[in-house]
Every structure is written in structure tokens, then in C-alpha cells.
Write a protein of this length. Structure first.
Length: 192
């Protein structure tokens, strides 16, 4: 057998062997089109705990209509920049805010029942709001990027798969899983 033939067989054998021993994740189905959007929504929800802690310590109200209005105006303007329906985006973020407030109300209730579990320190609210603003921009980017998927017949299936995947990846508890379902419930149900 010639040297070239042996090298060729060696390379082919190595390639075939590498295909067999690849980790399962490398051969898994690619993530669905809504995965990143749902993941960013989950990350945004995670800001609820530090925000609730700050409000608990500060004695401030959970709902902040002025801040919510600023957020909704900013995401609507961002939607305009991306050339997507601003009312659709406002509705998505109205539900995201409601889900976040739901987590905060739950935490307040838990701390009232068990004052010893209440936080005594919290990050400054401006830090959480900066993170929220970044998540908002990322979410609008994802909405624009996957606009057709959000308005396709497969949206509900894609969304359910994304919610399940993100909940598993981030190990969301029952509260956060419910909040994620609430935050994403109109992704496929609104037609511009």
C-alpha cells in the first residue's frame, strides 16, 4: 500500500472516529429560534430578587408607574428603530414587567411571613436598572431578529420548547417558571 493511500485511510478513519466520539451536545439539535429571546427574558426576571431586596430595605413600593412608563417608552422607541410594531413590543414588556412585579410581591410576602429571611443588604437600584436596560435592548434586538418566527404557525411550539430549555438550563424554580410563562405568554398571541 502506498504512503499516500495509508495517509488517506488514516485521515478518513480519524474523521469517522471523531464523529463517533463527539460529545452529545455537539450532535444535538440546534436551539430553536426563540431560545435567546426567552433566555434574556429569564435573565431580566432574575433582577426581581435584588430589586425586591432594595425596595424592602428602602421601604419603597413594588410598582413604579413612572419607571414602567420610561421602560415602555424606551422599548417602543427601540422597536421603531428596528422597524417593528411598537405596540407589540410594548405589550411584551408590559407582561415582562408584570411578571417581575409578581416575583417581587411574592418575595415581600415571604419576608412578611418570615422576617428573619428578609434581606438586610441589597445592590443599589441603579445597578439593577442598568442591567434591566441592557436586557431590554437585547430583547428588542431578539424580537426584531426573530420577527418572522414570532409570527409563524410554529411559534407556539418553538416558544414552549424554548421555555422548557431555558427553565432546565437555568434551573428555574416554580415561581420563576411561572413568571417566565407569564412574561412570554403573548409572544405568539399578538398579531400586529
Amino acid at each position: 500500500m502506498s504512503c499516500k493511500r495509508r495517509i488517506f485511510l488514516f485521515v478518513v478513519g480519524a474523521l469517522l472516529t471523531s464523529q463517533l466520539v463527539l460529545p452529545a451536545t455537539a450532535q444535538a439539535e440546534p436551539l430553536g429560534p426563540l431560545h435567546n429571546l426567552v433566555d434574556v427574558a429569564a435573565q431580566r426576571l432574575a433582577t426581581a430578587d435584588p430589586v425586591a431586596a432594595f425596595k424592602w430595605i428602602d421601604g419603597g413600593p413594588i410598582t413604579d408607574p413612572q419607571r414602567a412608563g420610561q421602560v415602555l417608552d424606551a422599548v417602543a422607541a427601540d422597536a421603531d428603530t428596528h422597524g417593528i410594531d411598537r405596540q407589540y413590543v410594548r405589550t411584551i414588556f408590559t407582561e415582562q414587567i408584570a411578571a417581575t412585579e409578581g416575583i417581587e410581591y411574592t418575595r415581600f410576602g415571604q419576608w412578611k411571613f418570615d422576617p428573619a429571611s428578609a434581606p438586610t443588604t441589597a445592590p443599589d437600584l441603579s445597578q439593577s436598572r442598568s442591567a434591566i436596560d441592557e436586557f431590554n435592548r437585547s430583547m428588542v434586538d431578539e424580537i426584531a431578529l426573530h420577527w418572522n418566527s414570532l409570527h409563524s404557525p410554529s411559534c407556539e411550539t418553538d416558544l414552549a420548547g424554548a421555555i422548557d430549555a431555558v427553565a432546565a438550563e437555568r434551573q428555574l424554580d416554580v415561581l420563576y417558571r411561572q413568571a417566565l410563562s407569564t412574561a412570554t405568554r403573548s409572544y405568539c398571541g399578538i398579531r400586529p
